[in-house]
Design a protein around this ligand. Structure first.
Ligand code: ZN
Ligand code: ZN
Length: 345
């Protein structure tokens, strides 16, 4: 009896619908959960994704990123071969979606949900995650250990603002990934009442403008020119994480190196990366949100794509759920690859 979803060298594949989800290599038809570079690659024959994800792929990879595009409207059912697919908000970045597939799995009508990346924390820049009832839930486990409990984002923003107040003579360079994190930092700063312009490294500009064009309130942003740098004492500057320690950073007045990432929970990592002000802000679910989401889907089976798979699989088994790790390589690299890509932009 055949499986509704299988693992191929390209990634997750649905034979009954003849499509891949977030494939690592070019394929005939790809369904894409969101625009991060480890999920959204160029070169597929056809791409089905939300309108925002298609637009983000065009911004990052060029208009020729695929031969044909099809827009998925959230919640709408689309027939593909012998399957019905639908997209549902994942709360990860603008346009991010979980993909539901309904069809025969081992002889039985089954619903599988591929969540891509997701989170449940406050984020004014995208729609919140909607748990989807399903039989099999496919999740990542980047922060799949009980030690990972992300603090309130607003609390981290308050720490940044407190530092600006304490060190008005120093520029605050905040490393943030250019898709999702940077816009979220700006939007939450606005919610906290911060009304100074937010300054941008050149690599941040395009996606920031895209979010603004979609109605996300990021307030006034300004691209920095080389001449401005020395005059930015006390200001907040968003830049690619790789820029906080390079020569570019040295041109600012006594810079404070900050970095907004879930990994900042690990102090040794922050120290290693020369981060003076670690801000624990993540676009991935922490332990509580992973386990809550799994339970809310009502699934009887969990597949874990990557990250701390063993811990999450073990937890699921203690809840009488069937669970297995997929050991998928190539995901979870968006942070590093996006940083590299931004640094050269
Ligand atoms: Zn992602
Ligand atoms: Zn990812």
């Amino acid at each position: 009896m055949s499986a509704l979803l299988t693992l191929t060298p390209e990634g997750l594949y649905c034979p009954a619908g003849d499509f891949h989800i977030d494939p690592m290599r070019p394929v005939a038809r790809a369904l894409i959960t969101h625009g991060h570079s480890d999920h959204a690659r160029a070169g597929h024959g056809a791409v089905l994704a939300t309108e925002e994800t298609l637009a983000i792929m065009a911004i990052r990879c060029g208009e020729a990123f695929t031969r044909s595009r099809q827009t998925a409207v959230l919640g709408q059912k689309i027939a593909l071969g012998e399957t019905i697919v639908s997209f549902h908000p994942a709360g990860h970045v603008l346009g991010s979606a979980q993909i539901s597939i309904e069809g025969k799995h081992e002889g039985r009508l089954t619903r599988i949900v591929v969540s891509g990346d997701y989170k449940r924390q406050h984020d004014p820049t995208c729609l919140p995650l909607e748990p989807v009832r399903c039989d099999i839930f496919i999740t990542e486990a980047t922060f799949g250990l009980p030690v990972f409990r992300h603090p309130d984002t607003r609390h981290e923003i308050d720490r940044l603002l407190a530092s600006c107040k304490l060190f008005p003579e120093r520029a605050h360079l905040v490393g943030a990934y250019s898709l999702g994190k940077a816009q979220r930092m700006a939007a939450v700063l606005r919610e906290a009442g911060y009304d100074r312009p937010v300054f941008l490294h050149g690599a941040m500009e395009k996606l920031m403008a895209f979010y603004a064009s979609r109605g996300v309130d990021i307030g006034e942003t300004r691209k920095i020119s080389a001449a401005d740098r020395s005059g930015l004492a006390g200001e907040i500057i968003l830049c690619p994480p790789s820029a906080i320690n390079d020569a570019w950073a040295g041109k600012f007045p006594d810079p404070v190196a900050a970095f907004a990432s879930g990994w900042m929970r690990i102090r040794a990592r922050a120290r290693q990366q020369g981060v003076e002000l670690p801000l624990v802000v993540s676009d991935h679910a922490d332990w509580d949100d992973l386990t809550t989401t799994i339970l809310e889907t009502g699934c009887s089976e969990v597949w874990v794509t990557h990250g701390e798979a063993e811990a999450l699989v073990h937890w699921a088994q203690t809840r009488q759920l069937r669970a297995k790790p997929l050991h998928m390589l190539g995901y979870g690299e968006e942070e590093d690859s996006a940083a590299a890509e931004d640094a050269t932009a």
